[in-house]
Design a protein around this ligand. Sequence first.
Ligand code: NAD
Length: 117
Amino acid sequence: MKAAPLKILVTGGKGFIGSAVVRHLINETRHSVINVDKMTYAATEGSTQSIADSPLYEFEHADICDIDCITEVFAEHAPDAVMHLAAESHVDRSIDGPAAFVQTNLIGTFNDARRRH
Ligand SMILES: NC(=O)c1ccc[n+]([C@@H]2O[C@H](COP(=O)([O-])OP(=O)(O)OC[C@H]3O[C@@H](n4cnc5c(N)ncnc54)[C@H](O)[C@@H]3O)[C@@H](O)[C@H]2O)c1
């Protein structure tokens, strides 16, 4: 018996890893995806173009550090699972601007976790 399809919230789904995960979920599974991304310098708009018209795909332009916004997104979509791939990942930038890394990678991750329930 096949497991029921899930509603999966992917953060950072316009990034390198996240967009590959989103494309895989839409192309290869029956799960639906809510892609939450702030569209920073690291995001690639066209990375999800091939699946953008799927009825199983939705995009939310949101910052995971914005607790009110993330709470709304979780309340609206009530996801079954979260794949958290939003991050400040360009390590060379962390020397000149470490604050963004602390905000997104720590505070943003904490927001995701505490608003999930
Ligand atoms: N790239 C790799 O080879 C690799 C390998 C192992 C682990 N990882 C991990 O996977 C995760 C993603 O890596 P990546 O290479 O895809 O990074 P990336 O920089 O390509 O993408 C990050 C995405 O997160 C989004 N984002 C950043 N801050 C955000 C915020 N505050 N709110 C919402 N969205 C935000 C960006 O817009 C971007 O689309 C990271 O945790 C990284 O450490 C990456």
